[in-house]
Design a binder for this molecule. Structure first.
Ligand code: KG4
Ligand code: ZN
Length: 340
């Protein structure tokens, strides 16, 4: 019997990346991402500008995704879109576009939770690793989120802990800003940290109960530390950039690893799957690799293009929902706070 080919068009517009992907079942045929550079000069995402840029990008990005996949609109089986969580003005663009296109083509519409999609990215065919088996622990680390989730099944997930203030990517970016580095500073801290001493300076770790996180205190302590040092030596940051970055990164990674260890201890689950832009960090990658031998964990990191915000991960959720005929109505609205 010839296996059924379902073509899903997926749209992601929750923050500052406009993305469209076409999947054939669980295989990605195209995954186009237009990253908005307009925010760099402001040192963070400006919601109104993000929304306007999505409006400009959405049509060409969808066209490119279809062209790259070599799929015509009439071949599409369904359209999946990010309903939330995210910036309302950004979500509205993808949501309205997906609704009108599905209505125009007369095909089903599928709503997707962005956080669930970060986890489901592990199920895209073409990742170097086989997907984790259930149950496993997922940690989503990005500029917008930091969560530890118990994943019991594709659609049965429980948030065990999350950040009470800044996301881990924000902690990287805001620290970088204090050092005078451009946005987004996370990758730069990673780069400079490689040549620095992680124990050169000690920053306090927050005391947060259970599996929740807090990163806002770290930012404040870095600010006071720099101000104090600069009083004695105005060139302190320039002269110690590598050591400062290595020490900041070390502290952030300690916070993440401490919580992961606690999650493993409480759940007795040693399968750890990571997602989100911060999964690109070379330090977290080597810590996780080391944990495989030192702690007996099995760790999973999707291909980088499926870690950062992208529509392929929306498409894989879309595919699984399509199989269950789990469709949305045309009355559906975007949801800025969309709890997993
Ligand atoms: O998943 P993502 O692309 O978008 C959000 O949903 O936020 O994540 C972007 C975040 C930014 O905060 C960026 O600084 C951080 O991921 N990031 C990194 C690295 N690469 C990206 N942080 C630390 N080290 C990296 N190598
Ligand atoms: Zn994200």
């Amino acid at each position: 019997m010839k296996s059924q080919e379902n073509f899903i068009l997926a749209i992601e517009s929750s923050c500052d990346d406009t993305s469209a992907a076409v999947l054939c079942n669980d295989t990605v045929l195209s995954n186009v991402v237009a990253t908005q550079h307009i925010h760099e000069q402001y040192g963070g995402v400006v919601p109104e500008l993000a929304s306007r840029a999505h409006q400009q990008n959405i049509v060409p990005v969808v066209h490119q995704a279809l062209a790259k996949a070599n799929i015509a609109k009439k071949q599409l089986s369904a359209i999946a879109f990010t309903r939330g969580p995210g910036l309302m003005g950004s979500l509205l663009v993808g949501t309205s576009f997906a609704k009108s296109m599905a209505l125009g083509l007369g095909i089903p519409l599928i709503e997707v939770n962005h956080m669930q999609a970060h986890i489901m990215a592990h199920f895209i065919k073409g990742n170097e690793q086989q997907p984790p088996s259930f149950p496993f622990l997922a940690m989503t680390i990005s500029g917008g989120h930091t969560q530890i989730i118990l994943v019991k099944d594709h659609f049965d997930m429980e948030v065990l802990g999350e950040t009470l203030d800044d996301a881990v990517g924000e902690a990287f970016d805001k620290s970088a800003k204090l050092l005078g580095l451009p946005y987004p500073g996370g990758p730069l801290i990673d780069e400079y940290a490689k040549k620095g001493n992680p124990k050169a300076f000690v920053f306090p770790k927050p005391k947060v109960e259970g599996l929740n996180f807090s990163f806002s205190g770290l930012k404040t302590s870095i600010l006071y530390f720099i101000q104090k040092q600069q009083k004695a030596n105005p060139d302190f940051v320039k002269e110690n950039l590598h050591d400062i970055c290595a020490s900041i990164q070390f502290t952030i990674l300690e916070i993440l690893m401490d919580k992961l260890k606690l999650a493993v201890k409480t759940t007795k689950i040693k399968q750890i799957a990571i997602g989100g832009g911060v999964a690109a960090n070379s330090g977290i990658r080597s810590r996780l690799k080391a944990a495989e031998t030192d702690l007996g964990w099995t760790t999973y990191i999707p291909k980088f293009e499926y870690c950062t915000d992208n529509a392929a991960m929306i498409g894989i959720v879309g595919y699984y929902k399509y199989l269950q005929q789990d469709f949305a109505s045309q009355n559906i609205a975007a949801k800025a706070r969309y709890i997993l």
